[in-house]
Design a protein around this ligand. Structure first.
Ligand code: SF4
Length: 415
């Protein structure tokens, strides 16, 4: 067994400034097109989801909050009964729903409402038309991307068993990105390829010892653990961000499928060259610029690797809420030697270091961005990295653009 990279990491524990896992609903409800997310929570939870999703609400949104009222919190009403009624009403009104997630919150956990039992009970009434699952999006000790991990982990137990050889790509990707990857895997002769989450509830892929999986996102620790428990094998790779990250990610699958190196080069080179050329347009804006990452999305290390190795940006500090050394081993190996890493959050100390360093751009959560902008620092909201398609060859320049635009804007403000 090869030793994992073991760079020094500053451990931080203290006050945190993060969103909770409910946030994941904003991108997950767009991905699984016949799913519905019913948050069982308070008015605060409803406001969070509404304001985060406000600009993206469709005519028929696929999420809602079943509000836990004061009398429920005081134990004066039977919450299970109320929940059953709310779910029945919802499913009568929305026959298009095939997969319903009951999403736990801080209030539902405080009153110890057992949503996994509720999901089992409700499934008996509504299956086979609707599959009902539960997960927790509560936010006390989590990061906002862990909501996706919890959601996908709840799907793993639903995947049918299969002995067949297949590749599973794990992590919500924009449809356009999935289609691009699918085309490349087809050209490489790798397949069948499935995606988790699937676009439709009925398309849950089979898994078993013949399944190899590639993580598309770095925050899926629990999902990966459960897939491995079902016999699937994780292919170690950097994440598919940037021209080089995408190539290395595809290469991991190509090696597992024994694709001839010449065929790999023939298929991949035109995409990689196009991507490199598109990235070159951003180099003059970004090369040498200094970037500071606050811990927020868990995407910090792969993004930092991309910015440093493909755009020559300088990493002042790369903070991450949680460092999964096995899943990030290939990323850590690619970081420039001596990169300052930190794990966990102590927001005051991190703010002090950030102010002292005066970075050209700071990647952080929404709560820190406004005060830092008011102090004259240029910021990038890490949540945008989840809302924007950034994976794969064609999107690498969009990812670079997310960093170049605020820098150009601040330069023009100063000029
Ligand atoms: Fe706030 Fe908890 Fe509701 Fe998230 S789940 S909005 S942290 S109360």
């Amino acid at each position: 067994m090869t030793a994992l990279p073991n760079p020094p990491v500053l451990q931080e524990r203290g006050q945190r400034e993060v969103f909770c896992g409910l946030t994941g609903i904003i991108w997950l409800h767009r991905k699984i097109q016949d799913a519905f997310f019913l948050v069982v929570g308070s008015r605060t939870c409803a406001h969070l989801i509404q304001s985060a999703a406000g600009v993206m609400i469709f005519a028929e949104p696929r999420f809602a909050t079943a509000i836990i009222e004061e009398r429920d919190l005081a134990g004066m009403a039977d919450m299970n009964e109320e929940l059953d009624k709310a779910v029945t009403r919802l499913l009568e009104r929305r026959p298009d729903i095939r997969l319903l997630f009951l999403v736990g919150s801080c209030p539902s956990e405080v009153i110890k409402l057992d949503l996994s039992r509720a999901a089992l009970r409700l499934s008996r009434d509504h299956s086979p038309r609707v599959r009902i699952l539960s997960y927790s999006g509560s936010g006390i000790e989590t990061t906002f991307t862990q909501g996706e991990d919890a959601c996908l982990a709840s799907l793993v137990s639903e995947l049918p068993a299969s002995e067949d050889r297949s590749l599973l790509v794990v992590g919500a990707l924009a449809d356009v990105v999935e289609d691009q990857f699918k085309r490349i895997f087809d050209d490489l002769g790798i397949g069948p390829v499935h995606f988790l989450p699937p676009r439709r509830a009925a398309d849950l892929p089979g898994i078993g010892p013949g399944t190899s999986f590639l993580l598309a996102q770095p925050f899926l620790a629990e999902t990966a653990r459960l897939l491995e428990q079902r016999g699937a094998i994780r292919l170690s790779a950097p994440f598919p961000l940037g021209a080089e990250g995408t190539t290395a990610w595809l290469k991991a699958a190509a090696s597992a499928w024994n694709v001839e190196p010449e065929r790999f080069e023939r298929v991949v080179s035109p995409c990689r060259e196009r991507s490199r050329a598109a990235l070159a347009r951003f180099r003059s804006d970004l090369a040498g610029k200094r970037v500071f990452f606050f811990p927020d999305s868990q995407l910090e290390i792969p993004i930092a690797r991309f910015l440093a190795t493909e755009l020559s940006m300088q990493l002042i500090e790369v903070g991450t809420p949680y460092l999964h050394r096995a899943h990030l081993a290939e990323e850590l190996a690619l970081l420039p030697p001596g990169t300052q890493l930190s794990e966990g959050q102590h927001v005051e100390r991190q703010l002090d270091r950030c102010r002292a360093a005066q970075p050209d751009i700071t990647v952080c959560g929404l709560g820190l961005a406004n005060p830092l902008e008011a102090e004259g620092l240029t910021t990038k909201w890490s949540i945008e990295l989840l809302f924007t398609p950034i994976h794969g060859y064609e999107q690498a320049s969009d990812l670079a653009g997310l960093f170049a635009r605020p820098l150009r804007r601040s330069l023009s403000l100063v000029a």
